[in-house]
Ligand binder design. Structure first.
Ligand code: DC
Length: 647
């Protein structure tokens, strides 16, 4: 899928069962493999990053059984991988790459570790330096300091002391900590520089302890890995839900009313990202927590406020604050986020670029981002939000749908940590409702749709008008209606303002001009061009705004708003339609007679139902409304009745 168009939301509330934590899953998998005994891992995250780790372990000769329902059985090898030669492809999974590098460097064997292009741009030199200090033989296969790597067998001599930098990525320290028990000797790790992402180190230490190795920590500068401790299987391990994934739903509750409760992580969690809830509370959100759940709701005033926050302790969840900031009063400044620059993409630059597309003012520096929300409505770009193959960008921008329809490009990137994200999102959000009305020419659908919209106080989209406007704009620009590429470009750039009873094209009133016979014929020609229909798709979706939309036209129920709550196919016998059209023309003072109109409608019906692009068809889930014997008022009442039932 190239993109997903998220509908605008009225509110968000409910309960989300989150998938397992990526950080815990990949640590538990590696330690289960390194341990003596069999470990049953329950609630494992099933995603790209854990799939890379599982593939790697299998390639190293570890027996992995998948028992279904997120349960895996790992047969540990007590630190001695059966395969002494292997080529491992680790995608863009930083947690797998760093920790396997360390474990394999100390395990003896001949291995190559590669990843996707971005993985090869993510630094690893600080970890390699530390491992070389211990005697490991590691070579850079491309650029000094970066993957891919070759590891050769070597003699490991822990001299009891090793240094590692801690201010760029905490994963270097994590890798080293998890691998050191393989040496069998007591080793003190000294962290050089100010350690970032300390909560991730806590996860590492807690997971190691679960497998029987207790590291002695002296502040955040020295870690002593004891001699003789080896990993032992704890039998069964449950993986906590992912606290970083929780952040999107908590923010959703804080902006979209709530309460929204995430299940599987709470105040007893070992994951630092649960502190994201404190940041939301500072912004004014109402937060409640239990031992294994957290709930967020909007502030009593309804409005969040911007904050300044040192995000060293919640580097991943902090991205969610950057999009939450769009909904707050005043600027939000997030500092100490230099590690963003070496993640799946340069997240500081990427977030700034995408936030600016929405109309926010954004300032950035080496290690901070400041978001100044736009006054008034935000702009939702036709070209969509780009996601840079970064799951978190896709997920944190989904919040914007609380303000507007939003297109997110390459949404499948969420599979890195949360393959079911958009389905989970849909379950706890209430989109702006749509009534889609379709039907043949002169069935009265336009009149009925406009009156239903007025009765409900909802917005109205006359989609046919967009095709008519495109035809007129082409005529004015001297572009042939058959020139698909140029017609589509004109459709994409239409400068239209819809008023109460007026339509302005580039400033000119064109309500009558788009209804004449010649433009009607042009409209039906341009409407048959697939590229033109695509060009108008997002623009039509932007009409969906609170409190609701009534949309009339050919493919409203099938293509443009397939999730419409109420779908109506409005029709009448061809004779009655001819009479109605005749009456309309006479009222406008246009001479007309019934027979040619009847003939014309019959031909049009045939053409419309046979054409290959968006043929006129009653969509399967649409209610049929035959108005042959109904007044307009009766037809309107029937649609209103259905819409009340549908909501
Ligand atoms: O509903 P109308 O007559 O104003 O529509 C003008 C033309 O555009 C007509 O040929 C049908 C076509 N159309 C379409 O193909 N898809 C829509 N959603 C709406 C109209």
């Amino acid at each position: 899928m190239d993109f997903i168009d998220l509908p605008p939301l009225l509110s968000a509330q409910g309960v989300v069962q989150l998938p397992g934590s990526k950080s815990i899953s990949n640590r538990v998998l590696l330690l289960s493999a390194l341990a003596g005994g069999v470990t049953e891992v329950r609630d494992l995250l099933e995603s790209d990053d854990t799939a890379r780790m599982l593939d790697a372990l299998r390639a190293l000769g570890i027996a992995v059984e998948s028992l279904g329902d997120r349960v895996y059985r790992i047969h540990g090898v007590a630190g001695n991988f059966p395969c002494k030669r292997a080529e491992l492809f680790l995608g863009n999974a930083g947690t797998a790459f760093r920790s396997l590098t360390a474990a394999l460097a100390l395990a003896g064997g001949h291995y190559t570790l590669t990843g996707v292009a971005r993985m090869h741009e993510r630094p690893i030199g600080d970890l390699v330096d530390a491992l070389r200090e211990l005697g490991a033989d590691i070579r850079y296969l491309e650029n000094e300091g970066f993957p891919p790597l070759e590891i050769r067998p070597s003699t490991i001599r822990s001299r009891g002391h090793v240094q590692v930098r801690g201010d760029l990525s905490s994963q270097f320290l994590t890798g080293l900590l998890m691998a050191l028990p393989l040496t069998g000797t007591e080793t003190t790790i000294e962290v050089v520089g100010d350690l970032i992402s300390k909560p991730y180190i806590e996860i590492t230490l807690a997971t190691m302890a679960r497998f029987g190795v207790e590291v002695v920590r002296e502040g955040w500068q020295r870690f002593i890995v004891p001699a003789g401790d080896t990993y032992r299987s704890p039998g069964v391990v449950y993986v906590e839900a992912d606290a970083s994934s929780a952040s999107y739903f908590l923010a959703l509750g804080a902006i979209g009313g709530g309460p929204l409760r995430v299940a599987g992580v709470g105040c007893d969690s070992v994951q630092g990202d649960v502190r994201f809830a404190d940041a939301l509370a500072q912004m004014g959100a109402r937060i409640e927590t239990g031992s294994n759940w957290i709930a967020a709701a909007a502030p009593p005033s309804g409005k969040l406020r911007g904050i300044s926050l040192d995000c060293k302790h919640i580097p991943d969840a902090a991205m969610t604050l950057a999009t939450t900031a769009l909904f707050a009063e005043g600027p939000t400044t997030l500092t100490h986020i230099a590690s963003w620059r070496v993640k799946e993409t340069d997240r500081i630059e990427a977030m700034a670029t995408e936030l600016r597309k929405l109309g926010a003012e954004v300032q950035t520096g080496a290690d901070f981002i400041r978001v100044i929300p736009r006054k008034g409505d935000l702009r939702s770009p036709d070209a969509g939000i780009d996601t840079y193959d970064d799951h978190r960008i896709a997920m944190c921008f989904s919040l914007v749908s609380l303000a507007s329809t939003l297109r997110i490009n390459d949404p499948a990137c969420v599979s890195k940590t949360f393959p079911e994200y958009f389905a989970a999102f849909a379950k706890v959000t209430r989109p702006v409702p749509v009534i889609a009305i379709d039907g043949p020419s002169a069935s009265g659908k336009g009149t009925v749709a406009a009156r239903v919209a007025a009765a409900l106080g909802w917005h109205y989209l006359d989609s046919g008008a967009l095709y008519r406007l495109t035809a007129l704009a082409c005529r004015r620009a001297g572009v042939s209606w058959r020139d698909e590429a140029r017609v589509a470009a004109i459709a994409a750039g239409l400068d239209v303002v819809f008023g109460e009873n007026s339509i302005r094209l580039s400033g000119d009133e064109v309500n009558d001009a788009i209804r004449d016979e010649e433009i009607s014929s042009g409209a039906s020609q341009v409407a048959a061009l697939p590229t033109v229909r695509n060009a108008l798709l997002f623009r039509q979706r932007l009409f969906r705004q609170a409190p609701g939309l009534v949309a009339d036209g050919r493919d409203m129920a099938s293509v443009v708003f397939p999730d419409a709550q109420t779908k109506v196919f409005l029709t009448a016998s061809v004779e009655v339609r001819a009479e109605r059209r005749h009456k309309q023309l006479i009222e406008k003072g246009i001479a007309a007679s019934i027979l040619p109109l009847l003939q014309d409608l019959r031909e049009r019906d045939q053409r419309d139902s046979r054409r290959s692009v968006a043929p006129l068809q009653q969509s399967e889930d649409a209610m049929l409304l035959d108005t042959t014997d109904l007044t307009i008022e009766q037809a309107v009442d029937q649609v209103l009745l259905w819409s009340r039932k549908g909501s």
